[in-house]
Design a protein around this ligand. Sequence first.
Ligand code: GP9
Ligand code: MN
Length: 434
Amino acid sequence: TKSELTKVKKFTDKHYAKPDPQMFGIAKGRNVIVIHLESFQQFLIDKKINDQEVTPFLNSLYHSNDTYAFDNFFHQVGQGKTSDAENMLETSTFGLPQGSLFATLGSDNTFQGAPAILKQRAGYTSAVFHGNVASFWNRNNVYKNLGYQYFFDASYYDTSGDKSTGYGLKDKLLFKDSIKYLQTLQQPFYTKFITVTNHFPYDLDDEDKDPNFQTTDTGDANVDNYFVTAHYLDQSLQEFFNYLKKSGVYDHSIIMIYGDHYGISNSENTSLASVLGKNADNWTDFDNTQLQRVPLMFVIPNAGGHGKIEHTYGGEVDVLPTLLHLLGISTKRYIQFGTDLFSKQHSQLVAFRNQDFVTPHFTSVGGTIYDNRTGKVAKLTAKQKKRLKKEQEFVQKELSLSDSLNEKNLLRFYHPKGFKPVNPADYNYSNGLK
Ligand code: GP9
Ligand code: MN
C-alpha cells in the first residue's frame, strides 16, 4: 500500500548520497557497454600461476589510468545468482531472501531501472546480448518490464555443435557475433553482454585452450579449470576491445565491467587457499566472506586519465547510482538502496543477502564479528559493540524494506518526476532478423 511505499521512500531519501561534483557527468552522453563477467572473483585480478597472469588483459585495464577500479567491491547475490546480480545492477534494489526475483516476480513487477531511466532522461537505446535461451531466469519477460528495447538471445546466434558449452554460446563468439547487431543500434546505447563460458563446471574444449597457459594442479578440478575458463574469458574481452577500438566506438563509450558472484564455493575454498598463498588449516567464515569480492571497473577512455584503484567498500546495489552519476543523470528522485561509490556520503557498510555484512574494519558472519586486520574474532570495545549492533539493524532494515518494495510491487504506486511507466507490450524480442 501507499503507506508502505512512504516508509521505503523515507528510508532511501534519508540515505541518499549526493554525487561528487568532480565525477558527476564525466561520461555524459557516452555509449554504455556493460560486461558481465560470469562467476568472476576479484582474486583472479593480478593473479599469476606458474609465472603467468591468468587475466593479463583485465589486469591491464585494472591498472590503466582510463579506469576507475574498485578492490573492495562485493557481490550481494542470493539464490538468484546471475539474475540477482542483474536485478541489483539494473534497479539498485536487493534480490529476494529466497529464490530469484527475476523468476518469481519479474513477469509482473513494476521496475524503475537503468534502461528506462536512460531512455527517458538521455535518449539511450538499450540491448542485451546473451548466448543462452531467452527464457533462462525469465529474462524474456523481465527485460521487457525493465524497458530493454532489444534482447539478442541464443536464437540470434549460431550456437550449434562446439560453438557452445553448458550455458550457451562461447564468449569469444558472443562478442564476435554480436558486432553485426551492435552496429545497428542508434547511439548513445546502453548495452549489456552476459558471458557464460566461465561458469561451473568450467568446461572448455581443447581447441579453445591457450597452449601457453598452464593452470594450477590443486587436484580440485573446479579450481584448476576455473583459471582456464577465466583466462579464456580474458582473451575474449581483449578481442572485443580490439573491435571497439578499431571501430571508434571505444572513444565514445564507458565500459563497465563486473563479476556477478563467486565461482568457487565456500566448500572448495580450502582447495584454493594454497593458490592464494594462504593456509587451509585454519580457514574460517571470515576467509570465505573476504573472498566474495568481485571486480568492478569503469573504463572511460580520453576522460582525463585520472582513473585509479579505489579502496572504497561497496556492493552491487551501489552500481546504478554510481553509473547514472558518471553519466550526468541525477538519481535523487528514484528509490534506490545503493549509493554512489564516489560520493563522500557513500556508506561503506555492505549488506549480504543473508544479513551478514562487511565494513572496512569488521566482518559479521552469522552474528560473529571478525576484525579485518587480524582475521580473528574481534575484541570489541563497548562503543564498537554498540555501533556494530546499529549496523546489523541497518542491514536488516534495508533488506526488509527492499523486500517489501519488491514483494508488494510498491513501485507501481511511485511516480518519480518525468518517469513514464514501462509498457512491456512495446517490446518484442522474437527473432525477425534471420
Ligand atoms: C545463464 C546464466 C547463468 O543464462 O546467466 O546464471 P547462473 O547459473 O550463474 O545464475
Ligand atoms: Mn552467474
